[in-house]
Structures are given as C-alpha cells and as structure tokens.
Design a binder for this molecule. Structure first.
Ligand SMILES: Cc1cc2nc3c(=O)[nH]c(=O)nc-3n(C[C@H](O)[C@H](O)[C@H](O)COP(=O)(O)OP(=O)(O)OC[C@H]3O[C@@H](n4cnc5c(N)ncnc54)[C@H](O)[C@@H]3O)c2cc1C
Length: 406
C-alpha cells in the first residue's frame, strides 16, 4: 500500500475508529489501484478515455457494489470502507474517482434509497455487479447550480413517458446503459425517470474532450429526443426529482472529498521523493527552507482534508444506521459538505504546492503532481460548486430564515 494511505489506515485502526472489515476494503482498493495505475497513466498521457478498463478492474474486486447490500450483489461496505476505497483510488487519479463516484454514489445510492424492488433488481443489481453502467443526468447547458430551472421535459404518453432535452457534462454518458434523467412536466413537477439507452432517441451529441484535465474520465453532452420510458421507470414519486438528486449527491460528495485526500497523499509522497533526490545549489532541494515550508504546508492540507473526511464518514455511518432520523441526516449532510469543501480546496492548494516544488518537470501531465493539479480543479465545481456549498454551510449555522440554497 502507498505509505501515507497505509499510515492512515493503521492509525484509524489503532484508534478503534475502523475495524478489520474496513481494513480489508482498504486492501482490496489497494490491489485495484496497483492494478490500474500504469494503464491509467498511459491512457492519461494519450488522452484516451479508458473507462472500460477502469471498470473492468473495479468489477474484478467487486468494488462497483461498494455500498450496495449483499442481497443485491454488493459488498455492503460501511462509510469508512467507502471513504478508504475512494482515498486509495484518489492516489491513482481523480479520473477514476469521478466515474466511480457516479456509478457507486450518484446512481447506485439513489437507486438504493428510491427504487422499488423491481427497479432495484433490474437496474441496481447489474450496476453493483459491474455488468452495466448508468449516468446521472441533472446538469443542462442552461442550468447547473440551480436545478429548479432545468428544462428537460417529459410528456406522458401511452404506457409511459417521452423525455426530451439536453443534459450537459454528463460523466460516463458514452458508456451508460441507462440514465437517471431529471426532467419536468407542467402538471407533475420535476421528477426522476430511468431511461434506457436507445441509439435513436438518446444521442451523445458531443464527447467533451476539451476539458482542462480528467482525461481518463468520459464527459458528454447528451440529447434525449422523445426517449421512451415505460411508466414503471418513474423513480420515486412525481415531483420528488430534486429530493432524489440530493440523495446521490449527499454520498457522492464524500467520495469526491475522500478521493482528494488520496490525491494529496500522492502529491506529498511525490514531493518527499523529489525533495530528497533533486539537487540544486549543491544540496538536495529538501534542505532549502522554502522547500521544507512547502512540504509542511502540503502535510497541513492533508491533515485538514483527512480529518474532515473521517468526520464525514463518522456522521454518514451514524446516519446509515438510522436513516429515519432527520437530525442525524442534517449532521451528516453538514459534515459531508464541509469535507467536500475542505478536501477539494486543500487538494487544489496541495497540488499547486507540489507542482511548484517539482519545478518545470511538475508542469507536465507526465508527472503525477501535474495530473493531480489539473484534475482536482474539477472537484471544486462538480457535485455542487464549493461557492454554493458554502452558502449551504452558512445557512445551516445561521438557521432556516437564512437559507438561500438547499
Ligand atoms: C468534469 C465534470 C463532470 C461532471 N459530471 C456531471 C454528471 O455526471 N452529471 C451532472 O448532472 N452534472 C455533472 N457535472 C456538472 C456540474 O455538476 C456542474 O458544472 C456544477 O453543478 C456547476 O454548474 P455550472 O457549471 O452550470 O455552473 P453555474 O451554476 O453556472 O455557476 C457558475 C458560477 O456561479 C456561481 N454561483 C451560481 N449560483 C450562485 C449563488 N447562488 N451564489 C454564489 N455563487 C453562485 C457558481 O459557484 C460558479 O462559480 C460535471 C461537471 C464537470 C466539470
């Protein structure tokens, strides 16, 4: 296991925060990360989207059913198993983390909470087994932070619905077998509908390849043109679409935050090696005070990110054991939002410090710190921009009268 990750796992175990089962999940993630690392770097450098290869490895270790109960073919990992797996994969890169987060959180966690038994068997089980993929389609060209203004519509037709509209920046959109589409109808309000891929009515308009980073993650603009879904594909109730969306995001934000902890660990590992090996002015650069300062700052960023993620996992675990408790949900939601804002912000700063410390060789996608630098940038934007999440954090503290975002 990569040293800083191992150290984190050992400490959590020694402090009695995690158990043997959590450690086994960490070991599983370690094997998967080892196995995918070289392929991931190679694909990244070539700007090749290798989602299929990533998912093949994740499937091999059962990780695509990370949180799904065993009776639905998952591994039933608790919140600490979850965050440790994301942390280890984050060392490989946020490209893997992004696609994995969409499958295990945005789609599976949403289905777990809202799908009926038939929908779980039809859609969630194949996702957990790694046999199928699904995308989460909320964002549109004209709507991002404010999903209440989404324009994709559904019409009620004989036997079901027809969904029409565009969905933007959709992860795994080129590969998904089905989509959770958030769409509206005048009478029914914003609802979530499961739409199967159908080449005639669901088109990948654009594979978005001009991204700043995340080259191994698939990002798409999708067009739904009267895509039919049978009436049994309504997820939850009419008008509950956004409530459903928040279920996925609630878990997903913890995954992204934990992935960022891994990215910072990798930046620190790489920076320590560089500081010991690179010689300038007749001595290892790690003997220059400014370089030592940067190392100390990256460690502080790691510490802040780790503690916030551990705390998010703690509250998620508590909430998972009593999901009817709305107070617990609020605590967990707040802790996870904090973790997302802290860890993604810390990762951006840590990667920036690591690139600086590496000098010109760090300013390259051939270097792991260079890849983290451009990849972690997206984590402050997706799954709720950090700016908007700060509004949520503040109003949680100030009280309901101050709520400007929910
Ligand atoms: C790589 C990547 C993958 C993604 N994958 C998915 C996916 O799988 N599915 C999906 O549905 N979406 C996905 N997204 C979309 C992502 O969730 C949105 O980009 C995000 O929600 C922000 O929306 P926006 O880009 O439209 O920005 P906007 O909402 O237009 O925001 C622009 C700026 O205004 C600020 N702002 C907006 N409102 C306020 C406010 N009230 N107060 C203060 N500041 C405000 C924002 O913080 C931001 O800085 C992905 C995005 C990226 C980059």
């Amino acid at each position: 296991m990569e040293s800083l990750f191992q150290e984190h796992v050992d400490e959590l175990r020694d402090r009695g925060i995690i158990n043997d089962e959590n450690v086994q999940f960490a070991e599983l993630a370690d094997k998967a990360a080892e196995e995918m690392y070289l392929d991931e770097v190679d694909a990244y450098i070539r700007h090749q989207i290798n989602v299929k290869q990533q998912f093949a490895v994740l499937k091999k270790y059962g990780l695509l059913g990370l949180q799904v109960p065993k009776k639905y073919s998952g591994l039933e990992g608790d919140a600490f198993s979850f965050s440790l797996v994301f942390e280890r994969l984050g060392q490989v890169g946020m490209g893997v983390v992004t696609g994995f987060d969409v499958q295990t959180c945005l789609t599976e966690a949403t289905l777990l909470k809202w799908a009926n038994e038939e929908q779980k068997q039809k859609y969630m089980v194949p996702l957990a087994k790694g046999d199928k993929m699904m995308s989460f389609c909320l964002t549109e060209p004209g709507e991002g932070s404010d999903p209440t203004s989404l324009q994709t519509r559904f019409d009620e037709v004989k036997g079901g619905f027809e969904v029409s509209g565009e969905k933007y920046l959709i992860t795994n959109g080129s590969y998904a077998d089905a989509f959770i589409v958030f769409c509206r109808n005048k009478e029914r309000g914003i609802s979530a509908i499961l739409v199967d891929r159908d080449d005639k009515h669901v088109k990948v308009e654009t594979e978005i390849k001009e991204k700043l980073g995340l080259f191994t993650s698939d990002t798409t603009l999708l067009k739904f043109d009267r895509a039919f879904a049978p009436k049994e594909n309504l997820l939850g109730k009419f008008g509950e679409g956004l409530k459903l969306a928040y279920t996925g995001l609630f878990t997903g934000r913890l995954g992204i935050a934990a992935g960022c902890v891994g990215a910072i660990e990798d930046c620190l590992n790489a920076s320590l090696s560089r500081a010991r090996e690179r010689v300038q002015f007749g001595k290892a650069i790690g003997k220059h005070q400014m370089v030592q300062h940067r190392i100390a700052v990256i460690e502080q960023q790691l510490e802040a990110a780790r503690l916030s993620v551990d705390r998010g996992a703690y509250w998620k675990k508590k909430f998972d054991s009593n999901m009817m408790d709305s107070e617990l949900r609020k605590r967990a939601d707040h802790a996870i939002t904090l973790a997302k804002v802290i860890a993604t912000g810390a990762a951006s700063k840590a990667a920036d410090n690591a690139v600086q410390m590496h000098g010109g060789s760090g300013y390259s996608i051939l270097s792991s710190v260079g890849r983290h630098y451009i990849d972690v940038r997206a984590s402050r934007i997706y799954e709720g921009t950090n700016d908007v999440l700060e509004l949520k954090l503040a109003s949680d503290l100030l009280g309901k009268d101050f709520e400007v975002y929910r």
